[in-house]
Design a protein around this ligand. Structure first.
Ligand code: AMP
Ligand code: ZN
Length: 135
């Protein structure tokens, strides 16, 4: 499965150059061209999936295992202090490239990477509504 107009399909399959830090039959991991911090990388499946809503289950599991492997390895290489895993789904959530990818963002003490939101409060109405709809 591929999308001829998708830049990440081309990168993942090696048809366009990218700084590859890991590759296997199903994934390529590359350095992000617009990094939030030094070492910011992207996990790309070689098959095209728009995002997590339609990602194959088995591949989703493998992507998380790969994320774990990569951050353990990269932590030593980069000397970072922590990691954020970010994964955007649809435009409203900040997705700009519509080929599933996971951001691996190294965090350094004192960096100015902004991944914060204003803490709200779980209202009784929302709590009841959501719990009722899920039952
Ligand atoms: P998102 O906003 O979650 O869709 O993330 C897309 C990410 O892809 C951004 O962090 C971009 O900097 C990155 N990006 C876009 N084009 C390229 C490219 N050709 N090579 C590497 N990273 C890219
Ligand atoms: Zn694609």
């Amino acid at each position: 499965m591929r999308d001829d107009n998708c830049i990440f399909c081309k990168i993942a399959r090696g048809e366009l150059p990218a700084a590859t830090i890991y590759e296997d039959d199903e994934f390529r991991v590359i350095l992000d061209l617009g990094p939030a911090s030094k070492g910011h990388a992207l996990i790309l499946p070689k098959e095209h999936y728009r995002n997590l809503f339609d990602l194959d289950d088995e591949l989703a599991a493998k992507a998380m295992v790969l994320a774990k492997k990569m951050i353990n390895k990269m932590k030593d290489v980069l000397g970072c202090d922590g990691y954020n895993i970010v994964q955007n789904n649809e435009e409203v959530a900040g997705q700009t490239v519509f080929h599933f990818h996971m951001h691996l963002i190294p965090r350094y003490k004192g960096d100015n990477v902004g991944l914060v939101w204003q803490v709200g409060e779980l209202s009784e109405a929302d709590r009841e509504e959501i719990l009722n709809k899920l039952k």
